[in-house]
Design a protein around this ligand. Structure first.
Ligand SMILES: [Zn+2]
Length: 424
C-alpha cells in the first residue's frame, strides 16, 4: 500500500517542527490538493490528531551510503597519489564525460575508508615517457598543445593514414596523424595535466619499488588508450605503461586492465616484449571502443608472442560472469609469475556507466578487488575510465576494501608471497 509521507527539511536551522505549524501545513495540503477526496470533517479529524510537541520525525531510511570503515589492521594500507593539476584540463564541450568531477567523486568515496595515506607527487624526467612513446608524438603533443589559444580545443579532422612517412607539417592538420579518434582534443592544459599524471603514477610506482605493497595513482587524464605513436580515447600518455616499463628494470611485470574498454595502449607498447605481460578484460571490439583492437587472437609477436591476453566479453555482463573472466586472467598472471602487478582500474564496468553496457555493482567491485589482492603481489593501481560520477566513489571504495582485505587474507593465496627483488 502506498502510504503518503510528508518530508520535513529544516534547511539546517535546527529549529524543530511544532504542532501548530504542522497543523497549518497539513490542513493546507488536504484542503487545496485533496479537496475532492477529503471531506471537511475528515480534514478536521486529521489536523486534531497532531499533538506531539515537537513533532516526532522518523529517522532517515535512505541516505548517502555510510563509508566502509576499515579494520585497524587495514588502516593506511594503500599509498595514494593524486593528480593535483588535473582540474586545469577541463574540456567543456557537450558529451565530454572525462571531467574533473570524477576525481572529486572518487576521493569522496575512498577517503572516509581510512585505507589510504596521501603522498605528494614529485617530478620525473621525460625520458620515462620516451621509453614507451615515440619521440615524434611527444614533441607533437608538447608543441600542438602550446599553440592552441586558451579556452579553445584542437580536434583532428584529416586522418593521413595512407602515407605514414609524411606527417603534415601544420599542427592542426597533423592532429589526425597522431590521434585515433575525433573526441580527444588538444588544448593548452592537456599537455600539463597529462604530464603531471605521469609524475603521479611514477611517484606511486616508486613507493611500490621501495616496499609499499599497494599504491594508487588517482589520475586524469587516463592513459590506457595511448599507444606508442598515437593518442586517443581521452588519453595522451599511457601512465600504466610508463610505470610498467619503470618496474621492468627490477623484474617481470604484469598489467591487468579491468577497464570496460580494451587497453590498446599497453598492448601496443609491449606487444613484442616478454618481460611485460599484458592482460585485458573488456567489451568486445565489435561493439566497444576502440573497435579495432582487443580481439582474442591478438597474442603478441616476436619475443612477445604469447605475452598478450585479451578476454573480450559480450554486451551484457553481470558480476559472476565478470569474475569468471577475472579468474582466468589471474590464472594467466600467476603462471607468468611476475614480480610486480599494475592494475589499470576502469570503473566503467559499473552499472549504468554512460560509456559501458555492463552491470557491476559495489559488491562486485569488492569481490574483484579481493581476487586481485589475493595474488599478494606488490601492486600499483592506476586510474583509467569510469564516468557515472554518482557511483564512482562507492565502487572505488568497494574495490580497494576488497583489494586490501584480499592482500592481507590468509585464505588460499593467489600466489606465493612476493616482495620486490630490488637489484639497484
Ligand atoms: Zn574505459
Amino acid at each position: 500500500m502506498d502510504v503518503p509521507h510528508l518530508v520535513f527539511d529544516d534547511l539546517g536551522s535546527g529549529v524543530p517542527l511544532g504542532p501548530s505549524n504542522l497543523r497549518k501545513i497539513v490542513r493546507a495540503i488536504l484542503e487545496r490538493k485533496y479537496e475532492k477526496l477529503c471531506p471537511p470533517d475528515y480534514v478536521d479529524r486529521v489536523v486534531k490528531s497532531i499533538r506531539d510537541d515537537p513533532i516526532q520525525l522518523r529517522p532517515p531510511k535512505y541516505g548517502p551510503p555510510k563509508p566502509i570503515a576499515a579494520p585497524k589492521s587495514q588502516a593506511r594500507a594503500v599509498a595514494l597519489v593524486v593528480n593535483d593539476r588535473h582540474e586545469i584540463h577541463h574540456v567543456r564541450e557537450r558529451g565530454y564525460v572525462e571531467s574533473p568531477v570524477r576525481i572529486k567523486s572518487i576521493l569522496a568515496g575512498i577517503e572516509p575508508t581510512g585505507l589510504f595515506f596521501r603522498v605528494q607527487p614529485k617530478p620525473f624526467a621525460e625520458a620515462h615517457i620516451r621509453a614507451v612513446h615515440d619521440r615524434a608524438l611527444l614533441d607533437y603533443l608538447k608543441r600542438a598543445c602550446a599553440s592552441v589559444p586558451p579556452g579553445q580545443s584542437l580536434y583532428p579532422y584529416v586522418f593521413p593514414i595512407r602515407n605514414q612517412t609524411k606527417p603534415p607539417e601544420d599542427r592542426a592538420y597533423a592532429a589526425g596523424y597522431y590521434c585515433i579518434d575525433t573526441f580527444t582534443p588538444l588544448n593548452r592544459n592537456a599537455w600539463h595535466a597529462a604530464r603531471r599524471a605521469v609524475d603521479v603514477t611514477l611517484t606511486a610506482a616508486e613507493m611500490v619499488l621501495e616496499g609499499q605493497p599497494l599504491a594508487y595513482s588517482l589520475v586524469r587524464p587516463p592513459g590506457h588508450h595511448a599507444e606508442h605513436r598515437v593518442f586517443g580515447g581521452f588519453c595522451y600518455f599511457c601512465n600504466a605503461a610508463v610505470a610498467a616499463h619503470y618496474f621492468s628494470r627490477h623484474g617481470k611485470v604484469a598489467i591487468l586492465d579491468v577497464d570496460y574498454h580494451h587497453g590498446n595502449g599497453q598492448q601496443d607498447i609491449f606487444y613484442s616484449r616478454s618481460d611485460v605481460l599484458t592482460v585485458s578484460i573488456h567489451g568486445h571490439p565489435r561493439f566497444a571502443y576502440p573497435f579495432f583492437t582487443g580481439f582474442a587472437e591478438e597474442k603478441g609477436k616476436d619475443a612477445g608472442e604469447g605475452f598478450n591476453l585479451n578476454l573480450p566479453l559480450g554486451e551484457k555482463v553481470h558480476g559472476e560472469a565478470y569474475r569468471r573472466a577475472l579468474r582466468k586472467a589471474l590464472r594467466a598472471i600467476r603462471e607468468y609469475d611476475p614480480v610486480f602487478l599494475v592494475v589499470s582500474l576502469g570503473l566503467d564496468t559499473g552499472k549504468a556507466d554512460p560509456t559501458g553496457t555492463w552491470s557491476l555493482v559495489a559488491k562486485d567491485f569488492e569481490a574483484n578487488g579481493r581476487l586481485i589482492g589475493e595474488m599478494r603481489l606488490p601492486t600499483l593501481v592506476v586510474q583509467e575510465g569510469g564516468y557515472r560520477t554518482g557511483q564512482l566513489g562507492t565502487n572505488a571504495a568497494a574495490f580497494f576494501s576488497g583489494l586490501v582485505a584480499g592482500s592481507q587474507s590468509t585464505s588460499k593465496p593467489g600466489s606465493a608471497n612476493k616482495r620486490p627483488r630490488r637489484r639497484s
